[in-house]
Design a protein around this ligand. Structure first.
Ligand SMILES: [Zn+2]
Length: 210
């Protein structure tokens, strides 16, 4: 079977994002929205460099600044913007919506780790479009294009579940990494060779002290 490539490119406001508080009729407390600052756009492919980005998102604390930090790195979460269509074009995201999305993903990850696959089977859903895009050396390749960063994170999570990978925290740097359930790497304790070397060097140094 041919492989389906996930293709997600994010346009990120290089000046970052900011909070905007707006009052609404009949509500005591203002609603917290996130808005792009309107700087030049930068293009990124976040999934290519962060194989467990879904876990990073699911671990964001319930603090608007933590979301701003995530957006500054990876762009808006539940909508997209681009040089072609402008910064906001009427779509925005509120703090409460983002917290809901985060909790949803967090809960699914917990169910996965607990082995409650029935729950995932029932509730998992990601919005994608399929497109044909040119290969570098001619011909067309079928690509799955998530509509938003959140869909991309769901898809990345879905792939991890589907490939029966396991999540583990690196014993040196604490970063999350995936280990193949069937492969030798099941016993891996570090995210990289660099971390393994550092861990062992550190032990050696500590052991050498009087
Ligand atoms: Zn590490």
């Amino acid at each position: 079977m041919a492989t389906l490539e996930i293709n997600f490119e994010a346009w990120v406001d290089s000046h970052g994002y900011e909070l905007s508080l707006r009052k609404e009729k009949g509500r005591k407390s203002p609603i917290v929205w996130f808005e792009p600052k309107g700087g030049p756009f930068v293009k990124l492919s976040p999934l290519d460099f962060h194989s467990t980005l879904y876990k990073q998102f699911a671990d964001i604390p319930d603090d608007p600044d933590a979301y701003l930090d995530f957006m500054y790195k990876f762009g808006p979460i539940t909508y997209t913007h681009s040089p072609e269509y402008g910064h906001g074009w009427g779509e925005e995201e509120s703090f409460s919506e983002l917290k809901d999305s985060k909790s949803e993903l967090h809960e699914m990850i917990e169910h996965w780790r607990a082995g409650s696959l029935k729950y995932l089977e029932r509730d998992f859903r990601a919005g994608v479009e399929a497109k044909l895009k040119p290969y570098q050396n001619g011909g067309l390749s079928l690509r799955l294009m998530p509509r938003t960063l959140y869909d991309a994170l769901l898809l990345q999570f879905g792939q991890a579940v589907s490939n029966d990978r396991a999540l583990r925290a690196c014993q040196w740097c604490g970063a999350w990494f995936e280990t193949g359930a069937q492969s030798k790497r099941t016993s891996a304790r570090f995210c990289s060779d660099r971390c393994r070397t550092r861990f062992h060097n550190d032990r050696r140094l500590k052991g050498a002290k009087p």
